[in-house]
Design a protein around this ligand. Structure first.
Ligand code: BGC
Length: 211
């Protein structure tokens, strides 16, 4: 599937029926401000509920758009999250208002996490956490800013290989966790695979293509 360059700069999220997200080459400043370069990137919607875990009306659940950039050593993600009620009260990191990026760097789709697989999380207060065999907190930097509609997260993830190239493909998934005021998780929205298994199984991820 190809996207006209002009369509990228419009508000409509790019369609990704096959779970393919495209990252353009570029290095943004990770400061929770939307640099001009982000405006040229396609947006992907993280707005599909995990139906059997929904505790609220899906109309009220937090959703996001994600845009992606890459350079030799980093993958960058800009999340614009719509969330009408922000909370980091839940005791589990993954139940707080937060965004999660799951990465399978070798794209070998293993059904359990191996050394190339990790889950990176940033909550609405900017607190970083994560899990998975390949997770190292030193690999992620992030900036967060709350706004009237929710919050914005900008992430930089240092990739294990120091030589990302145009044509590099990895497995990826995006998730938004929503505590709608219960101090527990009330909704999860995802980009591609609508089950709560991305944290332990990389075989159902979509893909990211560095263009
Ligand atoms: C999942 C949780 C899981 C957690 C563990 C989250 O992405 O939604 O169910 O317990 O990851 O890291």
């Amino acid at each position: 599937m190809s996207f006209a360059t002009t369509a990228w700069s419009q508000d409509q999220p790019a369609k990704s029926p096959k779970g393919v997200a495209v990252a353009k080459k570029g290095t943004p400043k990770v400061d929770a401000k939307i640099d001009e370069i982000w405006k040229t990137c396609p947006k992907y919607s993280v707005n599909q509920p995990i139906t059997d875990l929904l505790e609220i009306d899906s109309k009220n659940m937090a959703t996001a758009t994600v845009r992606l950039l890459w350079d030799d050593r980093y993958l960058y993600a800009l999340w614009v999250v719509k969330d009408s009620e922000l909370s980091a009260d839940a005791s589990d990191d993954w139940a707080q208002d937060s965004v999660e990026l799951f990465l399978d760097q070798q794209h070998d789709k293993s059904t359990s996490y191996e050394t190339d697989d990790a889950q990176y999380r940033v909550n609405c207060e900017g607190r970083i956490s994560g899990q998975g065999t390949g997770y190292d907190e030193a690999d992620i930097k992030a900036a967060t800013k709350k706004n009237k509609k929710g919050y914005l997260v900008e992430m930089a993830i240092r990739t294990h290989a120091a030589d990302n190239k145009s044509g590099t493909v990895m497995g990826i998934e995006f998730q938004v966790n929503d505590d709608h005021g219960s101090a527990q998780r009330d909704a999860i929205s995802k980009w591609f695979h609508t089950e709560d298994d991305s944290w332990q199984d990389t075989s159902t991820f979509g893909t990211i293509e560095m263009k």
